[in-house]
Unconditional design. Structure first.
Length: 566
C-alpha cells in the first residue's frame, strides 16, 4: 500500500510538498497558484495543496501524515490550530500531524535532496523557531542515513523579527539599548536591504548592487567560538557608516545615496567572510567534507562560490529552494520519517517538482484570448526559438513541470541574446521594469560550463557566481556583471533535452551555447506558473515571442504590434 506524507509551510513563502513511499514527487509554492509574491498567510496553503494533489492524482484522503512548519513561533503550540484547519477545510478526522521546527525543516529539505548518505548541514536565514525568548539564527545538523539531528545552534534576539520598521534600520531611530543584541546573518542582510530602500525581500538587489561598490569599513569576520557562537550586533555596519557620515560634513541623505553601493559591498563582503569562518569551524569540528546548506542566506551566489574557493575539498549541496518555499519539502520528509519509513535521498528529483500542462490546456488558454499560434515538432521549435533569440527577439518559455525555488531554471524563463550589449538594459527597462544595476544570468550547456565560466563545480541551479573567463566576457556582455561574474545555470542533455537543443542550435548561429535567462514575470510578480499566466504576461510586456511547449505565439501576429527594435 502506498504511504503518502504531505508537507506544508505556513506564513510567508508558504507552499506544499508530497513524499510518496519515501520519494519526493512534488512541491510548489503557493505564490505560483495565488499569484501573490512571497504569498503570506496564517492559513494553511490550501491552493498549493489542492493543485499539487490534483496533479499527482491524489486526494487529501490518501494522505497518511501531515507535516508543517512556520516562522517566529513555537510550532508545537500551533498543533491544534492546524488540526482544526484541516478538519474544517476537508472534513478530515483522525489527523496525524507532525510539527517541524523551522531550521529542522530547512535541514531536511537540503539533506534529503543531496544524494549523500551522511553530511553536515548549516542552516542560516533571517530567523526561525522561537526558542524560549530567543529565535533560531544559525544551526548545525549532523545527518546519517535517515537521521537529521540538531547539534549546535546560535540564537538571536526576538526583537528584530519585523525589520521593516525604520526604528530597526535607520541609525538615529534605532534603540540604543538594543545595539549589542545579537542578530542573524540573514537578518543583518535584510536590515541593510531595508536601509538601502529595497525592503525586506530585496537581498538579491543588495547582492547585485554590491558589485558596484567598495567596502569602506573593516568587515573582517568574527571568530566562531565553541560551542557555536559569534558576535553580530544589531548596530553593526549601520553604526560604522553613521560615524563616517558624521565625519563627512555632508547631508545625511546625500551621503547615503552617494555610498549606497559601498554599504551593499560591505554587507556582501562581511557575509562572505563570516560564512567562510562558519564552514571552517564545521570542517574542523566534524571532519566531514560533505556540506549541505539551507536557509535564504544561501540564495546568495557569491557566498556559495566563495565556500568552494576557500575549501576545494568540500562536496557541496544546496537545494534550489533554499528559502522558505523549500520548507514544505522538509516538513514532508520529517512527516514521512515519523512513520518509521525510509527516505529516498536523491538529487535526481530536482528541480522540476511543480506542475506541467497538457496540449489541451495550452490550447484552451490560447483560444480563451482568441490568439493565433504556430505548432511544430520539438526539434523544429528548438531551431526556430534559437533563431528568434539570435535575431534579438525576447522569448518567453514555458516547458514541463515548473521549477522549485525563486530562480527560473528554463521551465518558466525569459530567454534572450547574451551577445547583444544593449540587451541587459533593454530587458531591465522595457520587459522586467526593474533597476538598471541588476544583472541577468546565463544558461549554458552542461558540457560547456567550465569552458566559459571559472566554476569550481557543476552549477545546475543558478546558485553559484563565478568569473566569466576573460576571453568570453566581451562576447557575453548581457550576462556578465560589472565585476565580471555570472550566476550560472548549466543544462544537461539527459535531464532537459529540449532546452539543451535550443542552446545547441543557438551555438550554430552565434558560436556560443549560452543564452540570457531570467524569470518569466514582471516586476513585483511571482514567476508564472500556467499557460494563462504566461499569456497574460506576454500580452502586457514587450516580450516578442511566447513558447509554450511546441506552441509558438508571435506578438507580430497581434493587431497593433510594434517591433521592439533591439
Amino acid at each position: 500500500m502506498d504511504r503518502i506524507s504531505l508537507g506544508m509551510n505556513i506564513g510567508h513563502d508558504q507552499g506544499a510538498a508530497i513524499v510518496k513511499n519515501g520519494k519526493l514527487i512534488g512541491a510548489i509554492a503557493q505564490e505560483r497558484i495565488d499569484r501573490v509574491k512571497h504569498s503570506y498567510s496564517t492559513q494553511i496553503p490550501f491552493a498549493a495543496i489542492d493543485a499539487l494533489l490534483g496533479y499527482c492524482d491524489l486526494t487529501i484522503q490518501n494522505v497518511d501524515n501531515f507535516g508543517f512548519s512556520s516562522t517566529a513561533v513555537n510550532v508545537e503550540e500551533l498543533r491544534q490550530y492546524v488540526t482544526d484547519s484541516l478538519e474544517n477545510q476537508y472534513g478530515l478526522t483522525d489527523i496525524h500531524l507532525i510539527p517541524v521546527a523551522h531550521h529542522q525543516a530547512h535541514a531536511e529539505s537540503t539533506y534529503f535532496t543531496s544524494g549523500f548518505n551522511n553530511a553536515v548541514v548549516l542552516v542560516a536565514d533571517g530567523g526561525g523557531e522561537v526558542v524560549q525568548s530567543m529565535e533560531e539564527s544559525e544551526s548545525i545538523f549532523l545527518c546519517d542515513g535517515c537521521n537529521v539531528k540538531l547539534v549546535e545552534q546560535r540564537l538571536q534576539s526576538h526583537h528584530f523579527h519585523a525589520l521593516h520598521r525604520p526604528h530597526n534600520y535607520i541609525y538615529p531611530f534605532m534603540h540604543k539599548a538594543w545595539f549589542n543584541e545579537q542578530i542573524s546573518l540573514g537578518k543583518k542582510y535584510e536590515q541593510i536591504s531595508n536601509l538601502l530602500g529595497f525592503g525586506g525581500n530585496g537581498a538579491g538587489k543588495v547582492m547585485g548592487l554590491a558589485a558596484y561598490g567598495t567596502s569602506l569599513i573593516n568587515v573582517a569576520p568574527q571568530k566562531v567560538l565553541d560551542p557555536f557562537d559569534f558576535e553580530l550586533s544589531f548596530s553593526y555596519i549601520l553604526q560604522e557608516y553613521y560615524q563616517l557620515f558624521e565625519q563627512s560634513g555632508e547631508n545625511y541623505f546625500q551621503f547615503m545615496k552617494k555610498h549606497n553601493a559601498d554599504i551593499a559591498r560591505s554587507m556582501q563582503d562581511y557575509t562572505e567572510n563570516q560564512v567562510v569562518e562558519l564552514i571552517d569551524y564545521m570542517l574542523k569540528k566534524y571532519s566531514n567534507s560533505r556540506i549541505c546548506l539551507a536557509g535564504g542566506l544561501f540564495l546568495n551566489c557569491p557566498v556559495n562560490h566563495k565556500i568552494l574557493e576557500r575549501f576545494p575539498e568540500v562536496d557541496l549541496h544546496i537545494c534550489p529552494a533554499a528559502g522558505d518555499d523549500g520548507q514544505a519539502m522538509g516538513t514532508a520528509f520529517a512527516a514521512h520519517r515519523s512513520l518509521s519509513l525510509l527516505i529516498e535521498n536523491s538529487s535526481s528529483v530536482l528541480p522540476y517538482l511543480g506542475i506541467s500542462y497538457s496540449d489541451a490546456q495550452i490550447e484552451d488558454a490560447i483560444n480563451a484570448r482568441n490568439l493565433s499560434y504556430h505548432r511544430y515538432s520539438e526539434e523544429q521549435a528548438a531551431t526556430k526559438v534559437a533563431k528568434y533569440i539570435f535575431d534579438n527577439k525576447i522569448v518567453a518559455f514555458l516547458h514541463g513541470r515548473s521549477e522549485i525555488g525563486p530562480r527560473a531554471l528554463c521551465h518558466r524563463s525569459i530567454l534572450a541574446n547574451p551577445t547583444n550589449p544593449d540587451m541587459k538594459d533593454y530587458i531591465n527597462a522595457r520587459v522586467k521594469h526593474r533597476e538598471n544595476f541588476r544583472p541577468f544570468a546565463p544558461v549554458v550547456t552542461a558540457e560547456a560550463q567550465f569552458t566559459y565560466f571559472d566554476l569550481l563545480r557543476e552549477s545546475p541551479y543558478m546558485l553559484l557566481a563565478a568569473k566569466v573567463k576573460d576571453e568570453y566576457s566581451g562576447r557575453l556582455p548581457a550576462v556578465t556583471h560589472v565585476d565580471d561574474t555570472a550566476r550560472v545555470q548549466a543544462v544537461e542533455k539527459m535531464s532537459d533535452p529540449y532546452m539543451h537543443t535550443i542552446l545547441t542550435e543557438f551555438m550554430k548561429l552565434s558560436g556560443l551555447p549560452v543564452l540570457l535567462n531570467t524569470s518569466f514575470n514582471d516586476n513585483g510578480e511571482p514567476i508564472i506558473e500556467s499557460p494563462t499566466d504566461a499569456i497574460q504576461t506576454f500580452l502586457k510586456t514587450e516580450i516578442d515571442v511566447l513558447v509554450m511547449e511546441t506552441y509558438i505565439l508571435l506578438k507580430e501576429d497581434i493587431d497593433g504590434y510594434t517591433p521592439s527594435g533591439i
